[in-house]
Write a protein that binds this ligand. Sequence first.
Ligand code: GDP
Ligand code: IMO
Ligand code: MG
Length: 428
Amino acid sequence: MACTCVVGLQWGDEAKGKIVDLLTEQHDLVVRFNGGANAGHTVVADGRTYKLSLLPTGVLRPRLCSVIANGVVVHPPRFLEEVSALRDAGIAVGNNLVLSDHAHCIFPYHLEEERLSEQGPDHAIGTTGRGIGPCYQDKVGRVCGVRIAELLHPQHLRERLRVIVPRKNRWLKCLGDNAQVFDADVLCDQYLGYAEQMRPFIANTVRLLHEEASKGKRILFESAQGSLLDVDHGTYPFVTSSNSSTAGVWSGSGIPARWLDRVIGVIKAYSTRVGKGPFPTELNDGQDGVGERIRKTGREYGTVTGRPRRCGWFDTVATRYTAALSGTTELAVMLLDVLSEFRELAICTAYEMDGNRLDYFPADAFLLERCRPVYETIPGWQADISGARRLADLPAAARRYVERVGEILGLPVSIVSVGPDRAQTIIC
Ligand code: GDP
Ligand code: IMO
Ligand code: MG
């Protein structure tokens, strides 16, 4: 079996959506295996801009079957809103979209729990507020987790919610005096209504994926978030609550690890991060500084929350680690055009921690806080590259920058992106 995975090697927003969209031509199914509506993937095609959060980017191409697999957490009203927004935009969404009966269900008490735990300055992670963490907590905790399949059994759902909701209400009141509490029967009626609308999409996706693979269909996995936000391997605790590296593919979809033979590691030509947590190459260098200029030129504001993204130079210590972690076979270097204005660029090649040189990534927020970047400088090109369509169209300095990144990471660069549009892509 030959499967491909598109994975982000930084802290998310590497432009995975654009790469998935490009690769849809070579695949038959696109699978989301982790996260939920915390993702924000923007695709610009044929002069139109599409923003996807919970649904796989593949849904923009109705020829493909798009699968929300078991590893995803789903907020039913969001699911229905996204389907209806796409239909309003003229995209056909029908039996080309399949939702796993084993995906977990987000309820309003998850959103409320997250609001309450994020409101104090001390323990906030800077989450997207979509109920992701509390829902995964319930999934792993087993007592209060509800799978999508359970929404299709009214009596069962009512009995479960009558146990879960009072428990949740007690917990919410402990978290804050201003906590909102919920009524089990009201929630149940509301969710049964959603379930009726979702019923046509719900299926056993493990079975579907295995059947399709056995017919020779080509599967593309689309990760949400970036590998540095992976709950096991990222900058814990400032991470998301799922495995956003390729480690999440097998558990999140039911497809065996050995079927994955192509892993495209998507990297921005610089670094960004939204939310809290250590970021060694972050540039807080004022209004006219490089950080702010990258933010402006790259329009670095979160798709989901609109928050300004923190910006900095490219970090090869972090990405060498995530490339290895995800079994990356090739790189896609994105947003190269954003660096065009700078006379000189910097690439972080090592860290210094407490006077010692480190060339590996300490994937632990408390150690990473103490790391200072060591840079190598490289000349900029100061020319508009957004019209380049072949490597030869790029100025020598831009080619050198891309080559140098590939050299340090020890991987071939197969795609370079010079603008948001599908056409603004160089296949190497
Ligand atoms: P994702 O979450 O990894 O899919 O990435 P996002 O969609 O959140 O963020 C990437 C942003 O960069 C989107 O607004 C894209 O339209 C845009 N984009 C993608 N590739 C390029 C590029 O090569 N140059 C520029 N300037 N923008 C790009
Ligand atoms: P895409 O798929 C960037 C960040 C949040 C926060 C942390 C935890 O567009 O790359 P969560 O709501 O998941 O519990 O928040 O993770 N985060 C992302 N940052 N891109 C994303 O998705 C993200 N999804 C979550 O900002 O720091
Ligand atoms: Mg994004």
